[in-house]
Design a protein around this ligand. Structure first.
Ligand code: PEP
Ligand code: MN
Length: 289
C-alpha cells in the first residue's frame, strides 16, 4: 500500500505540524473567533471542528450538522485555513464533499465498525480527498489497520493515522490510555503512513497534554491534533481538554523537536551491541517464562 507524504496535502507553517480548532462547531461566532485567534498564532496548518458529534449518552450536544459546514466554509474564506471534519457515515461524507471540506477524519467510534468505514469508503471511490483514520476506541490494532485498508482500497492515497489513545476500564490518569506500542506497531505495518498524535483525547484534561505531545514528537510522530476553543469553560463538549489559542501558543513553544537520526558511527556500533544484549535477555526471559 502506497501513501503520499504529508506535505503533499498539509502545508507546514512553523514548528511541529499542528491541526487545531474546537471539539465541536457550536456557533458562527465561536468558530470565527477561534479561527481568527488561531490564525494569529501562525502555527496551525489545518482547522478542525466536529459538526456531527458522537456522544456516549443521548441528550448531549450532538453538533450543528450541515449548518456548521457553512460556517467552516466562511473560516476558509476569511482565514485561508484548509478545513477538516469528522465523518461517520455515507451521508456525512457526501455533505462534507459537497461543501468542499479539504480533509476528512474518521473518529474512534466509527473505526470500530467495518460497515460504517466501508460505506464511507464507497462514497470516496474516485474522489481525491485526504482521509485521517483515528484508532478504534479499544486496543485492536487489526481493526485500525482494517479501517485504513478499506479507505486505501477506495483509491485514497493521501492518508494519515491519528493516535487518540484507548479506552481502559479501571483507574488511569488518562481519559484514554496511550498504549504507545500500538502506534509504533502500526508504523511497522505501514512504514510510509503519516502518523499524527491527538493528545487532547488521550489526556482528557489540559494539564497532561504538554507531556503527551512531547512524547509523541520524541517518538517521531509527524504532527499533533490539539483541540482549542475561544472560551473553553463554555465549550459544549470536551471543555476540560481544550486550550484557548493563547494557551496553545505556550504549549507549542514549550515543545522540543529532537533530531531522531544519528550519523555518529561509534554510537551506532554501541547501539548495535546493546540491541544484541537486549535480544539475548529477551530470549532468556522467554525461556524462563
Ligand atoms: C474529536 O476529535 O472531537 C472526537 C470525537 O474524537 P475521537 O473520535 O477520538 O473520540
Ligand atoms: Mn473532542
Amino acid at each position: 500500500m502506497k501513501f503520499e507524504p504529508l506535505h503533499h496535502w498539509i502545508k507546514p507553517v512553523s514548528g511541529p505540524l499542528l491541526i487545531s480548532g474546537p471539539c465541536g462547531a457550536e456557533s458562527f461566532e465561536q468558530v470565527m473567533t477561534t479561527a481568527a485567534q488561531l490564525k494569529a498564532l501562525n502555527k496551525v496548518s489545518l482547522f478542525r471542528a466536529g459538526v456531527w458529534k458522537p456522544r456516549t449518552r443521548p441528550n448531549a450536544f450532538e453538533g450543528m450538522g450541515e449548518e456548521a459546514l457553512k460556517w467552516l466554509v466562511e473560516v476558509k474564506k476569511e482565514h485561508g485555513f484548509p478545513i477538516t471534519v469528522e465523518v461517520a457515515n455515507a451521508q456525512h461524507t457526501e455533505l462534507a464533499l459537497k461543501y468542499g471540506i479539504d480533509v476528512l477524519w474518521i473518529g474512534a467510534r466509527t473505526t470500530v465498525n467495518p460497515f460504517s468505514v466501508q460505506e464511507i469508503a464507497d462514497v470516496l471511490k474516485g474522489v481525491d480527498v485526504p482521509v485521517m483514520v483515528k484508532n478504534p476506541i479499544h486496543a485492536d490494532l487489526q481493526l485500525w489497520i482494517g479501517g485504513i485498508e478499506r479507505i486505501a482500497h477506495a483509491g485514497i492515497t493521501k492518508m494519515a493515522a491519528i493516535h487518540r489513545g484507548f479506552y481502559f476500564y479501571g483507574k488511569t490518569k488518562y481519559r484514554n490510555k496511550p498504549l504507545w506500542q500500538l502506534p509504533i506497531e502500526l508504523r511497522t505495518h505501514f512504514p510510509d503512513l503519516p502518523l499524527i498524535c491527538d493528545p487532547s483525547h488521550i489526556c482528557g484534561n489540559r494539564e497532561l497534554i504538554p507531556s503527551v505531545a512531547q512524547k509523541a514528537l520524541d517518538l517521531g510522530m509527524d504532527g499533533l491534533m490539539i483541540e482549542s476553543h475561544c472560551d473553553p469553560s463554555k465549550a459544549l463538549s470536551d471543555a476540560k481538554q481544550q486550550f484557548t489559542p493563547a494557551q496553545l501558543r505556550e504549549v507549542m513553544n514549550g515543545l522540543v523537536v529532537r533530531h531522531t537520526s544519528c550519523e555518529d558511527e561509534k554510537l551506532q556500533n554501541k547501539l548495535g551491541d546493546l540491541r544484541k544484549i537486549i535480544d539475548e535477555i529477551d530470549d532468556e526471559l522467554m525461556n524462563t517464562l
